[in-house]
Design a protein around this ligand. Structure first.
Ligand SMILES: Nc1ncnc2c1ncn2[C@@H]1O[C@H](COP(=O)(O)OP(=O)(O)OP(=O)(O)O)[C@@H](O)[C@H]1O
Ligand SMILES: [Mg+2]
Length: 225
């Protein structure tokens, strides 16, 4: 799926006044492109991803997904778009604390309509792919390291073959080697399945290897590559 953002603005009312988290941002990402977003803390990166994933409504502007404006979708249609098209890797993982790693991924498969008899093997396979072994798969998130939780959340995002992956610092908590593996996994998806990927990163080496880099500064897009 392609994504086109036109004049996207998101403001928040905060005690100190209005915060312009995104300020008239426009760009286009083609189907199967791997784009990275860089920028300082507070520059609007997570805000942009949540708008692209229809987790929040913009103050103004358009988000065209395959040329349909998702901001004008009904709530039901937005939920459908999120669950069928988007794989989201949250900055803080958002795993369900009382479910094991395996059950977290199985639940995503259930939401995606995968028949119950197939879920266990599929979830285990996805977790193996991101380097979570059988014993770790049985643990709850609180008994996994930050990097392991991050990889579980990546496995969960990949579960239903989303057309678009929105990843908020997917390698932020990983050592260089593991980070590179996850990057390669995402890169392969964009090439083999034409998955569109937008990933926030602080790692300029990783950003440099993506098809395109966007830089946000105080809510404005300042540089295209
Ligand atoms: N719900 C909210 N209410 C008020 N202000 C908010 C809200 N969410 C975000 N902001 C503000 O919007 C700006 C952008 O926040 P955002 O989370 O998008 O930054 P970020 O680039 O993801 O930062 P980081 O690298 O630290 O994760 C910040 O100034 C933040 O304080
Ligand atoms: Mg953020």
């Amino acid at each position: 799926m392609s994504l086109t953002v036109k004049d996207l603005t998101k403001s928040f009312q905060a005690p100190g006044g209005t915060v312009h988290a995104l300020d008239h941002v426009s760009f286009h990402v083609d189907t199967g492109e791997f784009a990275s977003i860089v920028g300082k803390s507070g520059s609007g990166k997570s805000t942009l991803l949540s708008l692209l994933g229809a987790l929040d409504q913009p103050t103004s502007g358009e988000i065209l997904v395959d040329y349909q404006d998702i901001t004008s979708f009904t709530a039901t249609k937005q939920t459908n778009y999120r669950s069928k098209k988007i794989g989201f890797v949250f900055q803080h993982y958002n795993l369900i604390p009382n479910l094991s790693a395996l059950d977290n991924v199985m639940l995503a498969l259930e939401f995606g309509g995968v028949p119950s008899r197939e879920r266990r093997d599929k979830a285990a396979e996805l977790l193996e792919e991101v380097g979570i072994n059988t014993e770790e798969q049985r643990r709850k998130p609180s008994r996994l390291s930050g990097g392991q939780q991050q990889r579980v959340s990546i496995a969960r995002a990949l579960a239903n073959h989303p057309a678009v992956i929105l990843a908020d610092e997917p390698t932020g908590n990983l050592d260089t080697e593991t980070g590179q593996k996850i990057f390669d996994l995402l890169h392969n998806l964009s090439r083999s399945e034409n998955t569109t990927i937008i990933a926030v990163t602080h790692d300029l080496d990783i950003a440099g290897k993506t098809d395109r880099t966007f830089r946000l500064q105080d809510g404005k897009l300042v540089k295209h590559k």
